[in-house]
Design a protein around this ligand. Structure first.
Ligand code: PLP
Length: 226
């Protein structure tokens, strides 16, 4: 397995433009697999489970840039607050406030993305576009000094229909532009568009993604026993 990680990583990097950041999604993969990608120069890794991330973060090199990409419960923010580099999955104002609180306790600023729910699947989390716009216009997020909203994240529906996937990505891209021309017009930090996974990242980069989150295409199928 590990032998392939280097080759897979190179193939993926060859297929995405240099302006697109690659998050190597290492959930359900071993520290050895992460180390193999790290040896090739990969530094950004994405994890979805707090406990799994905790274990890996403790043992792996400290210059790894960790992104949290799973559903985050407010009571678990405190565990990752000391070191997390980007929380990609903020889906409520309550969670944003808790991240701010824990960031303050750790005397740091935590970068976050707002997760959008655009896909036609109940299983996915995130703000609807209307709810996100409402939160940004009504709620007092600007008083949260220890978080920085750096952009948007979303997952497209898990379907074969390329047009539908493209449509969902473009909905996110257009909403990003709306915010970039409005609420975030004078905020250089608001610049990240995180969409695209193993099965749809080639479409995502055509739809203005500048951050793709790729697991299976690099590490192979999930190893559910770890
Ligand atoms: C698991 C996961 C990915 C990576 O999915 P692959 O299909 O393995 O590339 C990307 N984003 C999120 C939010 C995930 O949970």
């Amino acid at each position: 397995m590990t032998a392939n990680v280097a080759d897979n990583l190179k193939s993926v990097l060859n297929l995405i433009p240099k302006t697109v950041q690659l998050v190597a999604v290492s959930k359900y993969h071993t520290a050895e697999d992460i180390a193999a990608a790290y040896q090739c120069g990969q530094r950004i890794f994405g994890e979805s489970h707090v406990q799994e991330l905790e274990k890996k973060q403790a043992t792996l090199p400290k210059d790894i840039i960790w992104h949290f990409i799973g559903h985050l419960q407010t009571n678990k923010v405190k565990y990752i607050a000391p070191y997390i580099n980007l929380i990609e999955t903020v889906d409520s104002f309550k969670l944003l406030k808790e991240i701010n609180k824990q960031a303050l306790k750790n005397n740091r600023i935590i970068d976050v993305l707002l997760e959008l729910h655009i896909a036609q699947e109940e299983t996915k989390y995130g703000f609807t576009i209307d709810a996100c716009r409402k939160m940004l216009t009504e709620e007092d997020w600007k008083s949260l000094k220890n978080i920085r909203i750096c952009g948007l994240m979303m997952m497209a529906s898990h379907v074969d229909n390329q047009d539908q996937i493209e449509q969902e990505f473009m909905t996110a891209a257009n909403f990003f532009d709306e915010l970039k021309e409005g609420i975030f017009a004078h905020d250089a930090n608001f610049c990240k568009r995180s969409w695209g996974m193993s099965h749809d990242y080639k479409i995502a980069v055509k739809c203005k993604s500048n951050m793709v989150r790729i697991g299976t295409a690099i590490f192979g199928p999930a190893n559910l026993s770890i």
